[in-house]
Structures are given as structure tokens and as C-alpha cells.
Design a protein around this ligand. Structure first.
Ligand code: ATP
Ligand code: MN
Length: 464
């Protein structure tokens, strides 16, 4: 058996008696009066550290071991023993220790036990070495894996949709423009920019959603999902908005809104169950240090259905609540985050799916309901975060779709390919977008979305 192993494996009681090679970063060093040292080592394989015992008779004890401090990188060979200490099953008696890189205690930023998340954002290249950000990285990885497994097991095609696009799915104001024109000397035709001289011969943007392209695949191959970065130039400095975030977007042919809601519920349940099963120690950390209720809330999701109610019913319960809202609610207005949170945190105290919104506040592609004034839209709302999923049944009727486009000031000719999907072999179909970082906030209890993505992009921040 190879000696090289992980801290995760070495911490199991089964590992006692094994000769191992461990490699990682020192968290702390303590020296005993009896003349040996305890080193806490972490290698990212799990939340916990392993304790290394380094005796004074190691040949480089004085030169290397005594210099070890937080941040140093080492290789340690040794024997795993049962640990007499409490809170750990095993420890490693070192037979050889190699110091790869020192970390100067005077300048290495991660000396204290606790740092504010604001400070850690300024050192995004080092924050992965903290307990919190190691745990977030593992949860994020587990969630992504779970998402792919969920869809693959159900026969969905994973489709890579373009990052650069000419179509504006949601609203032009929020898009980043892509150009190779020289900004301080833009070519003009009369007064307007001459896009014939730009790279794509027309204005182009970073995508806000892969939905329209996912629809192409669903309306021909059945079931598809995209999972990629999306970009929104919204200048909103909130704890729930990023300029670059990741979105999972399934699209299913021969599926109505109810089918879409069922799929959203199953997906969320599955992800949560996987995280609780595989990342026990990380989740305990979030429960203890970030949000006491987080595991309870997640368990509740697995065991109970989500409440579903129409927008009209939601407005009625908000009006009947007697609650003072900053934005008073009336039929026709979009739900604000205070309304969403009231419904999910106070009124129902569980995830809520609100469906059938007024058509005037939703995009052209959502299917017009039989009442003519609502569309078959749905939003999934969860406690503390609010909206994490937005979706709908798509409008599959050519004439209705074209009319809705014109009503919203969109030229159907620019979307000729999207209309073709309705012109030839149209089918009822549904889909949604799940924001990965919003979901991670919900799962970990982290209050700021900038802390659940490795390198957050927000107004004024693009350094790392
Ligand atoms: P909100 O009203 O909260 O801004 P939205 O209505 O713009 O959300 P959609 O366009 O429906 O959201 O996008 C689908 C999902 O993508 C949302 O439910 C959310 O999880 C996520 N999302 C949207 N905008 C952002 C953003 N700026 N940063 C992170 N996630 C986002
Ligand atoms: Mn938005």
C-alpha cells in the first residue's frame, strides 16, 4: 500500500498501525515541557486536522520543527497511533519531517484564530486555508457533484451553452458588453457606434442565462441542463447579488409547470441530503459557528414537502398578515425580498413555491395562463435567503409568443430561431434556473454571497 495518504483517511480509527506520508499546511505548533512538539496539520481533505508528534531526536528538530508556525508547508512520514487525547481517534508519530516552505510569523496574515469575513475577502488567495473557507469549498464541490449526478441519473443531457451571446434574455440594462473596439476611439457611423467594425459585426454580451439555448436542446432531445457562469451588471450591492454567478438550468420537453416544480423540489432535496450525508463535520462547523438552525432547517426540507401557493394567494396572505412592509403589497406588484422572507420565514416556516405571477412583471417566454393576466411562472423561496430558483412553463404557442414579445418591445425577428422551435414540432416545456451561490448561502448559513464563491465579482471588485 502506498504510504501517501490524506488527513481524512489518517483520522479513521482503522488507520492505526499504518506507516503514512502526509503533506499539508501547519495550523499550529505547541512544544511540550518534555521536549517534543505537537503539530496540527491540515491538507484540505477534511475539516479536521491531524496531530503530529515530533520528537526532539528528529535530526532536523532544532533547525526545522522548532521553526514551524501557521502556514508552513511540510511532508511528514510516520506511524499512525491511537490518540490518548480527547476529540481525536488517531495521531501520527513522526519519523521524518521535511519543511517545504516557511511562513513568516511577522507577515503571514492568518495568525489569529478568527478573522472577519470582510478582512478575509481582501486575501481571497489565502482564505482557503481557514476553517470556514475550507468547509465552504468542500460543500460547494459536493453540491456541484450532486447536481450532475441528479441529472445524469435521470437521463438529462449536460449542454454547454455559450458565454458570449447576442441575445438579451432578461433585460438589456443588466448585461456586460463584449467588444474589441478601442474604447477611447470608438468608430462611429453618423452618431452611432459602428458595430460592423466590432468583432462579431454586431453588439454582443456576456450571457445572463443559458435558458434559451437549453430550450433548443430540450426541444429536440428531450431533457437538458446547463450549468455555467452567468453575468449581470446590476449595480446592486446586496448580500445576495454577484456580477458573476453560477446557475443550473434544466429544461424539459413535454413538461408543465407542475412537473417543473416537482423537479425543483426533488433536486433541492437530493442536494441537501448528499451534503448532510457526506460532509458531517463541515456542516457541524456551520451549525456551531455560523447559524445554529441550519441543520434543522435542512433536515426539515428532506422530510417535508414545500408549500405551493399562487401569487394571488401570496398577496392575500401578505395583506392579511398585519405586517408593516417597507413596500406595501398589492396585486400586480413584484414581491420584494421582505415579502418573500415573510412568507418563507414567518408565515410558513419552510420553503415556499409561489406560482402564476402577473404577466406584466415577467419575461416574454413564460406561458400565458388561461386567465390571460398571469403567466405560469414559479419562484422557490427559502428561509434567510429568499428566492433561490426562478422558473416557468415556456410559451409554446407561436402567435401568443410573438404577441408577448411585441408587447415587451422585443423584435421577434431577432429571435427567429427561438420562434422556429414553436413553428416546427412545438411542445409544452418547462425549466428553471437555480442560483448556485444562493443555494450555498442557504446550506451553509453564510450571510454574504461573496463568501460562498471563490473569487467574488461585485461592483468595484475584480482583483483575484
Ligand atoms: P432577484 O430578484 O433576487 O435579483 P432574479 O429574479 O433576477 O433574482 P432570475 O433571473 O430568476 O433571478 O435568476 C434565477 C436565479 O439566479 C435566482 O433565483 C437566483 O438564485 C440567481 N440569481 C439571480 N441574480 C443573481 C445575482 N446577481 N447573483 C447571484 N445569484 C443570482
Ligand atoms: Mn435580479
Amino acid at each position: 500500500m502506498s504510504k501517501k495518504t490524506t488527513v481524512a483517511e489518517s483520522r479513521s480509527p482503522d488507520a492505526v498501525g499504518r506507516e503514512v506520508l502526509l503533506q499539508g499546511w501547519v495550523r499550529t505548533r505547541r512544544d511540550s515541557k518534555a521536549g517534543f512538539s505537537f503539530i496540527e496539520l491540515n491538507d484540505g481533505s477534511c475539516f479536521g486536522n491531524i496531530q503530529i508528534i515530533a520528537d526532539a531526536d528528529l535530526p532536523n528538530y532544532a533547525s526545522d520543527v522548532k521553526c514551524l508556525a501557521a502556514g508552513c508547508s511540510v511532508s511528514v512520514e510516520g506511524l499512525i497511533k491511537a490518540s490518548p487525547g480527547k476529540g481525536q481517534a488517531t495521531e501520527v508519530q513522526a519519523t521524518k519531517l521535511t519543511l517545504h516552505g516557511t511562513a513568516d510569523v511577522k507577515t503571514y496574515p492568518l495568525q489569529k484564530k478568527r478573522h472577519s469575513f470582510e478582512f478575509l475577502r481582501t486575501i481571497a488567495h489565502l482564505r482557503t486555508r481557514t476553517n470556514t473557507f475550507g468547509a465552504i469549498a468542500r460543500v460547494r464541490n459536493c453540491v456541484c457533484n450532486s447536481i450532475h449526478q441528479f441529472f445524469q441519473e435521470r437521463g438529462f443531457l449536460y449542454v454547454n451553452t455559450p458565454v458570449i451571446t447576442a441575445s438579451d434574455c432578461e433585460g438589456a440594462g443588466e448585461m456586460f458588453q463584449v467588444t474589441t473596439l478601442t474604447l477611447d476611439n470608438v468608430p462611429k457611423q453618423a452618431a452611432a457606434v459602428d458595430f460592423a467594425q466590432d468583432f462579431f459585426d454586431q453588439p454582443s454580451f456576456l450571457t445572463v442565462s443559458g435558458q434559451l439555448e437549453a430550450e433548443i436542446f430540450a426541444c429536440g432531445l428531450g431533457k437538458a441542463y446547463t450549468f455555467g457562469p452567468t453575468f449581470r451588471a446590476e449595480n446592486s450591492n446586496t448580500a445576495r447579488h454577484l456580477a458573476e454567478f453560477w446557475m443550473v438550468e434544466p429544461e424539459v420537453a413535454f413538461c408543465d409547470l407542475e412537473g417543473g416544480m416537482d423537479l425543483a423540489e426533488q433536486l433541492l432535496r437530493r442536494i441537501v441530503a448528499d451534503v448532510l450525508e457526506h460532509l458531517h463535520e463541515d456542516m457541524e462547523f456551520f451549525r456551531k459557528h455560523i447559524d445554529k438552525t441550519v441543520i434543522k432547517t435542512l433536515r426539515h426540507i428532506i422530510d417535508n414537502g414545500f408549500v405551493r401557493l399562487s401569487y394571488t394567494e401570496a398577496v392575500e396572505s401578505l395583506q392579511a398578515s398585519g405586517q408593516q412592509f417597507e413596500f406595501p403589497i398589492e396585486w400586480g406588484a413584484d414581491l420584494q425580498s421582505e415579502h418573500e422572507r415573510y412568507l418563507t420565514e414567518h408565515h410558513f416556516q419552510c420553503p415556499v413555491i409561489v406560482h402564476d405571477y402577473p404577466s406584466a412583471i415577467k419575461p416574454f417566454y413564460m406561458r400565458l395562463g388561461d386567465d390571460g393576466r398571469t403567466v405560469r411562472a414559479m419562484d422557490v423561496l427559502v428561509p434567510t435567503v429568499g428566492e433561490i430558483i426562478g422558473g416557468s412553463q415556456r410559451e409554446e404557442r407561436l402567435d401568443v409568443l410573438a404577441t408577448r414579445m411585441r408587447e415587451q418591445g422585443i423584435d421577434p425577428d431577432n429571435y427567429w430561431w427561438y420562434l422556429d422551435l414553436r413553428r416546427y414540432g412545438t411542445v409544452p416545456h418547462s425549466g428553471f434556473g437555480l442560483g448556485l451561490e444562493r443555494l450555498l448561502q442557504f446550506i451553509t448559513g453564510m450571510t454574504n454571497i461573496r463568501d460562498v464563491i471563490p473569487f467574488p465579482r461585485t461592483p468595484g471588485n475584480v482583483e483575484f
